[in-house]
Write a protein that binds this ligand. Structure first.
Ligand code: PLP
Length: 395
């Protein structure tokens, strides 16, 4: 079967969706090789989004940890404040080449909706973003941003009024308008070709890390990235699979794995089908999707990209967790030592680097992908601090 990563991935969708996915697959395979497409994407990434992003030697943070040298891949400096723009620009450009004038997307916390709205405004495409009405009430600022960027935000008030209901509505809309519309998925998840396509658009992260490390004549001992759906992590790791570097993905440990309140899909889940893919899923013995929790909205997803499931089983990447408390602590340490406020998602990766650095040699290097900036998270962290760590955002 196409789009397989071992036994994971695939295309578990209703028959009616298959022609649209096949059209997308052949367009992606065609344009990914085409010189003018690659040139235009490269130009957008550099002039609009701000690539290449720096690889910053965080000396103060390294001293604080007291061991290996920590390098931060600064995806937080991109336009929009996160790696998501790498993917939305790639897919929006592909959609335009395919002659589609409309983009439909779903968003949970709103970050992907904002990155989609930006790419669509930049490329002259109309966008519609489905968002659960519960999420809209929680993330008013991102709803305003999307409106200002020209996206039509459609509230979804079915089911739990959150991400999974928004996904259903976006797919329904896509099916009804497939001739004119591209469905812009936000992570390396879903049916083929999305996991492979999103990986391709995000793997610019790892390629840059590799050439930046080469320039300073260092080989990373460890490379760390946080895992929600897994797009910044797969984009970081892809270039380094089967090298000497130890690859570590960090999932949201929430209140701890024993608390039952976490989003550690690879850590605690089992094989199942979710959103058109075979992958690790948080589910009970009857296959009901489990509830998730994380202090960071971007890691709060009960599935994971299928390639990560395969990399886990093959032992090529080690998947670990950081708890809410460890992530908030890493957030504070990075802010204080380096003057960088990281996204809470990225703080999970920073927490793991702080954990492993002390037992490594000073000459060794850890690369951490700082997937986004934390301006969006200062309220949550502030609330956490005043609650002395007992309170966290309800999700
Ligand atoms: C959305 C988001 C994530 C999680 O998504 P992945 O697909 O796992 O990368 C991580 N970090 C930031 C800053 C995000 O906005």
């Amino acid at each position: 079967m196409k789009g397989r990563f071992g036994k994971y991935g695939g295309r578990y969708v209703p028959e009616t969706l298959v022609p649209a996915l096949e059209e997308l697959e052949s367009a992606f395979y065609k344009y990914r090789r085409e010189a003018s497409f690659k040139r235009q994407l490269k130009q957008l990434l550099s002039e609009y989004a701000g690539r290449p992003t720096p690889l910053y030697h965080a000396k103060n943070l390294s001293d604080e940890a007291g061991g290996a040298q920590i390098y931060l891949k600064r995806e937080d400096l991109l336009h929009g404040g996160a790696h998501k723009i790498n993917n939305t620009l790639g897919q929006a450009l592909l959609a335009r080449r395919m002659g589609k004038k409309y983009i439909v997307a779903e968003t949970g916390a709103g970050q992907h909706g904002v990155a989609t709205a930006m790419a669509c405004a930049c490329l002259g495409l109309d966008s519609r973003v489905y968002m659960g009405s519960t999420d809209m009430a929680r993330q008013k600022l991102n709803v305003l941003r999307m409106n200002m960027l020209g996206a039509a935000v459609s509230p979804v008030s079915s089911g739990s009024k959150t991400l999974k209901d928004a996904i259903n509505e976006a797919i329904r809309y896509w099916l009804a308008n497939v001739k004119t519309t591209h469905y812009l998925l936000g992570s390396a998840v879903g049916p083929h070709p999305y996991p492979e396509m999103v990986r391709e658009f995000q793997s610019v992260i790892g390629r840059e890390i590799r050439s930046q490390m080469r320039r300073i004549k260092k080989n990373p001992s460890s490379i760390v990235a946080c895992v929600g759906g897994g797009s910044n992590a797969i984009g970081t790791f892809h270039e380094f699979v089967d090298t000497d570097a130890e690859l570590i993905g960090v999932e949201a440990g929430g209140g701890g794995l024993r608390s039952g309140r976490h989003s550690a899909t690879l850590g605690t889940g089992s094989r199942g089908i979710l959103h058109g893919m075979m992958t690790y899923v948080m589910q009970n013995s009857e296959g009901q999707i489990g509830s998730t929790h994380s202090v960071s909205a971007g890691l709060d997803y009960p599935g994971v990209g299928p390639e990560h499931s395969w990399l886990k089983d093959a032992g090529k990447v080690d998947y670990r967790t950081a708890t809410d408390r460890q992530a908030v602590n890493a957030f504070m340490v990075l802010a204080r030592t380096e003057g960088i406020i990281p996204a809470l998602e990225s703080s999970h990766a920073v927490a793991e680097a702080l954990r492993i650095a002390p037992s490594m040699k000073k000459s060794e290097a850890i690369v951490v992908t700082l997937s986004g900036r934390g301006d969006k998270d200062v309220d949550v962290v502030g609330e956490w601090m005043t609650g002395h760590g007992r309170r966290s955002r309800k999700t």
